[in-house]
Design a protein around this ligand. Structure first.
Ligand code: ADP
Ligand code: ASP
Ligand code: MG
Length: 424
């Protein structure tokens, strides 16, 4: 990533709901104007998402047109959502007397690899942005998009505007990267699932990485990675709840050393986008397991949980979870392998949910698993699979229990009144 000499500047990213219609775009322009007034001399770079629902609408259009959209063309289509909002905001800022220019990824030069629909940022050029800032203007950058070496438009994966914002903040050595969204910050669980969710004042990078990858979509996992790797000061806050005010609106994402307390569990998360695949009555041997997982890795299938259950003799049922969008590929691959594995067949279950508890305090405490199982047993919720790491424990449950499981685990681990409860 190209680094530049540091100037005093901040990056402000506004998500889809924050720019969901023209009146909200106008409100965003006011927030930018107010920030400039109270922080004279501090440059502001804005990053925007598409209007809420627009990227889904574009995906649906593509799928209406063809069954399997070509990824290159899909990226050309999806990148249009952000083009609309950046132009509208720049118009509005200019009208308010704040010089502003909208910039698409090829104009900034946000260079990515060529993995269409899931591209990774490789380098960001800062010259155009710095020039706009030197002229006293506000560059408004389209999030979520990039440009591959071939000159093709790419996108960074769903929710990818967060990545654009933090990567720009890193490249520009910004003082702070503000992620404005539709809730007051990072909560102990999704406030839309659990009314008891608490606003967290500070969350460590490691916890946020786990929470994001386990379903807390308030930040994209790779944006947290950039913040950690390049030490970008990061704040998540609501567009609709006034300025950043610790305890009321906003969460700092910080290094572990900056945390005063390390509760056992900081957050409870939920993912609904995985599928469970079971290979039935396969002879148990390391060689057959290796053949099974070799086959899946050749097709680039991501595997999350794995379990094995004896079903008599030397036969086992092997279950694994994969991202739902890869379940068709995984099924095709395994079906082709069933004869050589000498298994009975393969089934898929999509009515599942992964519920996780996350906390760096888990490193220093024992008995977390016992509490999780006791708590779910009280609610009569069966656990189908388990996965643990140093700072998280995930359980797979039937989809119908997902909200009940989140609420029960939240009540079990997050003490009432531990943090201020506030929603944006
Ligand atoms: P944006 O469009 O601003 O990027 P997203 O929809 O991507 O917003 O992310 C914000 C949403 O994330 C919230 O509306 C909330 O429902 C959801 N969310 C899930 N888990 C959490 C959590 N632990 N804390 C805050 N929000 C969460
Ligand atoms: N518009 C893109 C999406 O909906 C990117 C983003 O909003 O972060 O996934
Ligand atoms: Mg988002």
């Amino acid at each position: 990533m190209l680094m530049t000499e540091s100037a005093s500047l901040v990056v402000m990213k506004f998500g889809g709901t924050s720019v969901g219609d023209v009146s909200r775009v106008k409100r965003v322009a006011e927030i930018v104007g107010e920030y400039r007034e109270s922080n004279p001399g501090v440059g502001v770079v804005v990053v925007l998402s598409a209007m809420a629902g627009e990227t889904n609408r574009l995906v649906a259009l593509a799928k209406e047109c063809v069954e399997r959209p070509n990824p290159r063309e899909l990226d050309v289509l999806l990148a249009t959502g952000e083009q609309v909002t950046v132009a509208l905001l720049a118009m509005r800022l200019n009208e308010m007397g704040i010089p502003s220019k909208s910039l698409l990824a090829p104009q900034v030069r946000i260079a990515t690899d060529s993995r269409h629909t899931n591209a990774q940022i490789e380098e960001i050029e800062c010259a155009t942005l710095l020039e706009a800032l030197r002229e006293g203007g506000v560059p408004v950058v389209a999030g979520f998009q990039g440009i591959a070496g071939s000159g093709d438009i790419t996108t960074l994966g769903r929710g990818g505007s967060d990545i654009t914002a933090v990567a720009l903040a890193a490249a520009l050595k910004a003082e702070t990267c503000f992620i404005y969204t539709d809730v007051a910050g990072v909560f102990s669980t999704d406030p839309r699932v659990c009314g008891e969710a608490k606003l967290l004042e500070r969350v460590s990078h490691e916890e946020m990485l786990e929470m994001a990858s386990l379903g807390a979509k308030v930040l994209h996992t790779r944006s947290v990675y950039f913040a950690m790797r390049y030490a970008v000061p990061l704040i998540v806050l609501s567009t609709f709840a006034g300025p950043f005010e610790p305890g009321r609106n906003g969460t700092w994402i910080v290094n572990e050393e900056e945390l005063m307390e390390k509760p056992v569990v900081t957050g409870v998360t939920l993912r609904l986008d995985e599928a469970q695949i079971t290979i039935e009555a396969m002879p148990s041997s390391i060689a057959t397991m290796a053949a099974l997982f070799d086959g899946l890795s050749e097709r680039d299938v991501y595997i999350d949980m794995i379990s094995q259950e004896s079903v008599g003799g030397d036969a086992v049922n092997v279950s694994l979870t994969v991202p739902d969008e890869q379940s068709v590929t995984a099924l095709e691959t395994i079906r082709a392998l069933v004869p050589s594995l000498r298994a009975n067949g393969v089934t898929v279950e999509r009515d599942i949910a992964k519920v996780s508890v996350v906390g760096i305090g888990m490193r220093y405490h024992t008995g977390v698993a016992a509490r999780v199982f006791r708590c779910l047993a009280r609610e009569n919720i069966d656990v189908q699979m388990v996965n643990t790491s140093e700072i998280k424990l995930s359980v797979l449950v039937a989809r119908k229990y997902c909200d009940a499981a989140v609420r029960a685990l939240h009540a079990e681990f997050i003490p009432e009144g531990a943090t201020v409860s506030a929603k944006g």
